[in-house]
Every structure is written in structure tokens, then in C-alpha cells.
Design a protein around this ligand. Sequence first.
Ligand SMILES: Cc1cc2nc3c(=O)[nH]c(=O)nc-3n(C[C@H](O)[C@H](O)[C@H](O)COP(=O)(O)OP(=O)(O)OC[C@H]3O[C@@H](n4cnc5c(N)ncnc54)[C@H](O)[C@@H]3O)c2cc1C
Length: 379
Amino acid sequence: MKQHVLILGAGFGGLELATRLSERHEDAVRVTLIDRNDSFVFGFSKLEVMLGRQTVEEIRMPYSKFTKQGVEFRQETVTAIDPVSRRVTTDADSYEADFLVVAMGADYDIEATPGFREDGFDYYTVAGAERLRDALGEFEGGRVLVCVFRQPFKCPPAPFEAAFLLHEYFTERGIRDSVELSSVFPMQRPVPVTGEVSAMFRDGLAARGIAELFDHRVTSIDPATHTAQLDGGGTLPYDLFIGIPIHRAPDPLAAAGLAVDSWVPVDQTNLRTEFPGVYAIGDVCTGPRTVPKAGIFAEAAAAAVADDISASIAGGDPPAPYAASGVCYAEFGDGLVSKVEIDFLAGPQPVAQRHLPSREFAAEKREFGANRRARWFGL
Ligand SMILES: Cc1cc2nc3c(=O)[nH]c(=O)nc-3n(C[C@H](O)[C@H](O)[C@H](O)COP(=O)(O)OP(=O)(O)OC[C@H]3O[C@@H](n4cnc5c(N)ncnc54)[C@H](O)[C@@H]3O)c2cc1C
């Protein structure tokens, strides 16, 4: 009898886990992979759409191309989960699993910031990136705020990458002198992984004349006056407001009793939840130690869960604990990309080796995307 592994969400984590299980256990496991969408998009490709460098059609990878032995993809929306019986209901069917893996990522709560839907722009969604691209095309100058409302959010460098890329974009259009560009965020420093990593982003902002408004919490924006309200009582005027929406776990997870205080708690050594046979990986999960929400860590978590499921099936020793390790690339504009090699959980503190932006790392980042495109979709 094949064991049934049910994976909810075909993003970085779900795709990698399904691929590993197919490679390893074609004969012992059957996998059902469920996603509400018909295609996958890299988070970083949304920046390209925002800048008008790539179209949505170019960045989409259709799930119809994800063809792995022993894996069945279903385009359905998960509506209910019973983690005790490992039974999942979708808008089209219901499933029972021997192993259930929640890999549903993070959703956005646009309404949690009053005024944002009416007068703000985002590039964290594909539709938002297209809308912002169009607005940027018509923008002739003024005050631009790139604002993080609240932690946690996906990809800690992404708000700063957007600021760097907008600097390049406005410079290329010859209007940079007419633009006052500010990066606004609630942390004490950008990308607070280690002091060295923060300094690289802080120096990048300063070198490009981008104002750094740290320890600033925007609570709402006023479409009538084009001002952002700060929790301390002050305001920031803007002509173009770009926000990183507040994140939350997808809907069925709280009702299922899986999400507690927004996210799904796991044992960070093996990504198991408190429910036997139920795992959570990637952006949706949380634990005693902070692991940023990023594709590379979702992918590393998928590898750890593949090992843990293999050990359960084959009865071997428990695998090495999940280390939340990976390589993070960040755009600095002008074709320059930085590289940070990180271990979040391997030791008592996160350890990060940073490499300053270069064209060599831009090529490595392209390779990173191309590898996954080929590995998962054969494209
Ligand atoms: C602008 C930007 C730039 C980024 N750059 C990088 C980068 O350079 N490097 C990096 O590592 N990370 C980057 N990220 C972050 C990265 O995209 C995410 O952290 C990563 O996708 C998380 O993987 P995941 O598998 O946890 O979730 P996701 O990849 O988000 O996948 C979750 C899936 O679950 C599905 N789903 C959710 N709810 C349901 C439901 N009810 N029913 C069915 N399906 C459902 C979704 O449709 C989705 O496909 C970036 C993100 C953004 C927004």
C-alpha cells in the first residue's frame, strides 16, 4: 500500500517537497499537490513586472508542466482542514492523508491598513505589480514612500530592493532629481539579520540618496490628503505610496486550529506540528526562533520534511535537524546583486556571510531561478 502524502500549496515549499518525494519514493508514496492557482510565480519576478521589464505571461510557470512520477496536481481551493484525522476539504473534493503538509504561504490583509486599498500600491501581488507599473509610467515626480507596515513580511530585503530599483528606474527616465524617495519601516535597521548585512543595505540607501525612516510605523493612509499616519501621531506626505501589505496565514488555518496568533507553530527541528503526521513548511509556519519568510527557507524546510517522511516510511534514524540555511540574493539596481549565505538555526545565533553587490551574483541569481524553473517545470 502506498502512503498518501497530501501537500497543500504548490509554492517554493510544496513544489520542492513533491519533487523530492517523487525522486525518492516513486514506489512507496503517492502525492497529491493542491493549489488554488493555475501557475507559479517567483516572488522576485514581481519586481520585474513592476519595472515593466517582464510581462505576467513571461513569469508564469503553469502547473500543467509540473509532471512528476507519482504526483497528481489538483487546482482546487482548500476550504477546511481536520488535522486530527488529516482530512482536507476543497471546493471540489475531499482527501485523507497519511502525511499532511501545509505549505500555503502567507496571504495579505489589505484592509488592515485603512486607506491602502484606495490610495496605495503594492508589488507583492502580480496584479499589484501590474497596477504599480502603470502608475509609475505616468509618474513625473514627487514624494515616493516605500513602506513596510508590519513584521513579519516575505523576503526581508524586498522593500529595499524595490527602493534601489526605483532609484535606477527614475534615473533612467531622467526624473530622479524630481523624486524624493524614502524607505519607511518599523524595524530599527534594514534587513536585521546581522549588523554587517544591515550595513550593506543602509549604505545602499545612503549612496542612492534614499531617505531611511527606520522605527516608523504607518497605521493608515489618508486618500484625501495623501498623507500616511504614524502611530506616534506624526504624518508623512506622499504623491505615490507603495506598501508591503500586512501578512496573515491563509483562511482555513485558524479555523482548523492549526494557526495560533496568525501562524502555524512547528517543532523547528523537523517541521512537525502538534498533530501527528501533520507538518507545516515555509511562510506559513512559526517557531521559537525567527526564520524569515523566504523561498529559500521554504525549500530547505521541504528537504527536511522529505527526509523526515522518508525516515518514517523506511524506519531509519531521524534525519539531521532543519538548519534554515540558504543563499539570499538581493537586487541593488544597475545590474548589481548582493549575496548572503545564511544559517538561521544551525547555531545559537544566525550566522551570515555577506558578499557586496556585483554582476557575478546577478548571474548566480539568474541561475538560481533557471535551475528551479527547469527542475520543477522542465522549462
Ligand atoms: C517581491 C518579492 C520578492 C521576493 N524575493 C525572494 C527572493 O529573492 N528569494 C527568496 O527566497 N524569496 C523571495 N521572496 C519570498 C518568497 O516568494 C516566499 O517566501 C516563498 O514563495 C514562500 O514559499 P511557500 O512555499 O511558503 O509559499 P508560496 O510560495 O507563497 O506558496 C503557497 C501556495 O499556497 C497556495 N494557497 C494558499 N492558500 C490556498 C488555499 N486555500 N487553497 C489552495 N492553495 C492555497 C497559494 O496559491 C500558493 O501557490 C520574495 C517575495 C516577494 C513578494
